[in-house]
Structures are given as C-alpha cells and as structure tokens.
Design a protein around this ligand. Structure first.
Ligand SMILES: *[C@@H]1O[C@H](CO)[C@@H](O)[C@H](O)[C@H]1NC(C)=O
Length: 512
C-alpha cells in the first residue's frame, strides 16, 4: 500500500515486460471488466487509508463521550491520543499479517476466489466500524480497522498479481499501474466524502466508515463474470483446457496457442530456478546486500513521513492556521493522484536511482520549509499558505521517488527464485513502519510541536546518503550485471564470492 503505503504495491517486474509486443491481442471487454472488478479492491484499500483523516476530531469526541458514559469521568488526553492512534495504526498490523499470507492463499484458493472470499473481511470490518457509534464501542472501531487492514494487505498482493496475470504481455506494465492509481483515487474519494457537509459530520461518520462495503458488494456482483487467471490455472493447477478457455475469453481470439506457449516457457523457467525461502534469503551471503538495500528503501518510503500526511493532514493543517483544513487535505489527495500519473511516465523513462534521489531531496527541502513556516506562523500569517504549498510539494516528490521506486527496485534486484521471499520481507518492513508512523505521529507532534517534520527531514537526509552511496542503477540492466555491480563494492560483500555461491548455499536445504 503505497505512499501510502502501502503505497506502491509490488508491480510486475519490468524485466518480464521486455518481450516484443504482440500487437494482435488487444483490449477486450472481458479484460476491461476483469481489471475494473479487481481494482475495486485497490480503491477500497485507498479509501480506508484516507478515511480516518478528516473526521478525527468528531470520532475523538465520540470516544470521549463513550468513556464518559462508561467511567463517569472525562477521558485523559493521553488515553484519547493512544486510542485514536491505535484506531489509525492497527490497520497496518492487519495488513502486515495478511500480506505474508498472499502467496499461500492465492495458490490455495486461486486468485479470483481469494479476492471474492477476502470481501468477507471487508464486510465484517465495515460493519464493525459503521456500527461502532451505535454500539458505543471504540473496541468495535479498532477491531474493524484491524480487519479492513487485513483485507487491504491481501488486496495489495492479490490485485497486482491477478491483473498482471490476465493482461497480455504488451499491456502488462500499463494495466499494472491501475492498482496504484485506483488506490490514490480511493484516498481522494475518502477525503472528499469526509467533508463535514457530506459525510464527515457527527451524525453521518458511521456511514462514512461503513461505506467501504459498497465496492465489495459491487465486486461480488461482477466477479462471476470474470475469468480466473490463466497462469494460475495452467502453471499452478496444470489445467490446460481451463486455462485455454480463460485465455480465449480474455483475448477474444479462438487461437491462443501463442499465449499458451509463452506460459509453457514461463513454467519451464520457473521449474529451473529453485524457489528461495525467507530463511535461505537471510542466510545466503550473496543476498545480503540486495536485501539490505530492499529493506532500507522500504524504510525510506514509510519513514519519509508520508503517512503522517495521509492519516493526520487535517489536524496538521488546522494547527497551521488554515480556516478550511479539509480542503487542504483534499488538495493533497488531488496532488497525490496527479503525481501518481506523472510518475507512471517518469518511471519508464528515467533511472530508478535518479528518481529516488530527486524525490528524497525534494521531500527533505519541503519538510524544512514546512517547519520554518510553522515556526514563523505567529509573526507572518501568510506562512500558513506556505506550509500548505510545502505539504503539497512533499506529496508530489513522494510520488516521484519514494512512492513507486522501492517496489520497482526490489523486483529488479532479485531474480525469479528469491523474488517472492524478498517481496514478502520488503512488504513486512513496509507495513511495520506504516504502523510505527500511524501510532507514533500524534504523540510526536504533541511533543515536538512544529519541529516534528525536522525528524523526517533528518531521516530523509540519511536515506538520501544511503541511496547515493549504496544503491546501484537497476533500470535496463540484467540480474547478472546488477550482481556484478555488488561484487565491485567489497565493503559489505565478501571478495571471495563466486557466481556459484547461490547454489552452494541453497544446496543443503534442498537435499534435506
Ligand atoms: C471530553 O468531553 C468533556 C465533556 O464534553 C470535555 O469537557 C473534555 O474536555 C473532553 N476531553 C477531551 C480530551 O477532549
């Protein structure tokens, strides 16, 4: 979940896209319907990231009232902050747990059925959050956020997987980006619905949170008309005729032998390269430096402070003295969506390393400007607008670099064998940091006041230096070339590493 987090889901590896375009197969109505139906999940995932931002004050008052009714005393501010932060951040715990299950669930149930059944979590979570006010229970709210987080963790793995697998090769990159786009649009929709003139009012906020079941319902209606992924049917389940049928529906051609041959080739390659488990990934020396880079880049995405904006921007803008903080929040959501589109074009054209460096540096400058603006707010009233512009810039630079790039680089640093394990580790780090920021930001802001963004500026500087000195350019290079680049930096990697080391260190496990 990019940028959010979660922003940036594992995209299809660009290496796999560099196959000559097959111009005969095109966009069919079945393909459009299937992609649309799948990304409804991404939309919902984004919706739940953005939804708790605007109504924070109102729901906090509700917690306070609940506390008052139960304990006959007004709630302590620190308790309230903890309860609210937990409601925000437990989403990431759910996401972290379920993101580790994506591989198992998608092989066991199949891509389509996994997404259908996943909606049960959304209905349950949405119902708990929507009824929390009626039930006078912040526990219901917190449990609901946990379940919807678990839903989102599965979505952010299953949707890119399904969309990547049903798309014809030459459209895979383009369609793969729709997950990310639906996600940021979901955030924006949630921010607009959160306006107090719409659903962000003391009476209607349960509806705002419960509305998340609407895309689930639509998805349940539409999924029966979508085919299961042909790659799943053929490569995992070995059902050739069913895979053919699915391919025929997706491509609209009666002759699908070419696509079938491509899948056979893919299966053969997969059988050749042994799958690497997470423990092997940690034990094996040649993975050490790529893994370090993958993990630090994920940290750079989450610890940049972006989710502080997506979870808490309304209260940040309010303390910056803006009269209509919700509109500034919506502005940030719109900038986010716009720059997601910009980055889709940039990522294919510019180097990953360059984009990441530009993004980190830009965010750092914006964080410093934002801090200065907030500090001088009392003396210069126009500073509240400068702080708003700085936050917009912060979001824009995020989408240029730290949003999409970490996922790209993880996919490009690892070949087919270790990639799933590396993706799982990267995803786990991403969700963990997402939780830390969601949980800690409000307390940090209370303690540091306007200086809170200097902490992020310092972290961003650290990540900039790490990227500058340690991260190789991966665009347009093969795994062998990237591995060779690591061998030339002996500081972290043994001089003695020979190309055969991968097999050596995987050997014992396979014999056991
Ligand atoms: C909780 O509500 C009471 C009564 O409405 C109010 O006096 C108190 O300031 C509120 N506490 C917090 C932390 O908002």
């Amino acid at each position: 979940m990019r940028g959010v987090h979660l922003q940036g889901a594992p995209l299809v590896s660009p290496q796999e896209d560099e196959v000559p375009p097959d111009t005969r197969s095109g966009i069919t109505s079945t393909l459009v319907l299937s992609v649309f139906t799948a990304v409804l999940g991404s939309l919902q995932c984004g919706y739940n990231i953005g939804v708790i931002n605007a109504p924070q004050k109102i729901i906090e008052q509700n917690y306070n009232a609940t506390w008052l009714a139960r304990h006959n005393a007004s709630i302590e501010l620190s308790t309230l902050t903890t309860l609210w932060s937990l409601s925000v951040a437990i989403f990431s715990i759910g996401g972290m747990i379920s993101s580790f299950l994506v591989g198992v669930v998608s092989e066991w149930l199949g891509r389509k059925r996994a997404m259908i059944i996943n909606n049960a979590l959304a209905f349950l979570g949405g119902a708990l959050m929507g009824l929390a006010k009626l039930g006078c229970s912040y526990e219901m709210m917190i449990l609901g956020r946990f379940l919807i987080g678990a839903y989102s963790g599965l979505v952010s793995g299953l949707v890119p997987m399904y969309v990547g697998e049903i798309s014809p090769t030459h459209l895979r990159g383009a369609l793969g980006t729709l997950h990310q786009l639906a996600l940021v649009i979901g955030i924006l929709i949630a921010q607009v619905f959160g306006l107090d003139s719409l659903l962000g009012s003391p009476e209607l906020w349960p509806l705002l949170l419960g509305l998340t079941v609407a895309p689930s319902a639509l998805q349940l209606v539409l999924f029966p008309f979508c085919p299961e992924s042909p790659r799943y049917l053929y490569i995992i389940r070995n059902k050739e005729s069913k895979a053919k049928e699915s391919l025929k529906r997706l491509t609209g051609c009666s002759d699908v032998s070419e696509a079938l041959t491509e899948m056979k080739e893919e299966k053969r390659r997969m059988d050749m390269e042994r799958k690497v488990s997470i423990t092997q990934l940690f034990r094996c020396r040649i993975y050490r430096q790529p893994l370090l880079i993958a993990v630090v880049l994920q940290l750079s995405q989450q610890l940049s402070g972006i989710n502080a904006i997506f979870y808490y921007s309304t209260s940040i803008f309010e303390s910056a003295g803006l009269e209509q903080p919700v509109f500034a929040t919506i502005g940030a959501g719109a900038i986010n969506a716009a720059f997601t589109v910009v980055s889709l074009f940039l990522v294919e054209r510019a180097g990953r390393r360059t984009l990441h460096l530009v993004g980190l540096a830009g965010m750092m400058v914006c964080a410093v400007v934002m801090t200065a603006a907030l500090v001088y707010l009392d003396r210069v009233p126009a500073m509240s607008y400068i702080s708003m512009v700085a936050i917009f810039g912060f979001v824009a630079f995020f989408e240029i670099g730290p949003g999409p790039i970490p996922w790209f680089i993880v996919a490009e640093l690892f070949s087919q064998g270790p990639r799933p394990a590396a993706m799982a580790v990267a995803g786990g780090c991403n969700w963990t940091c997402n939780f830390i920021i969601g949980m800690a930001f409000q307390s940090m802001a209370d303690a540091c006041g306007p200086y809170v963004f200097l902490i992020f500026a310092a972290l961003l500087l650290g990540f900039f230096l790490f990227t500058y000195f340690k991260v190789p350019e991966t665009r347009g290079r093969t795994f062998d070339q990237i591995a060779a680049a690591f061998r030339r930096t002996p500081s972290l990697l043994d001089h003695e590493v020979k190309p055969s080391t991968e097999l050596d260190c995987l050997g014992p496990d396979d014999n056991a």
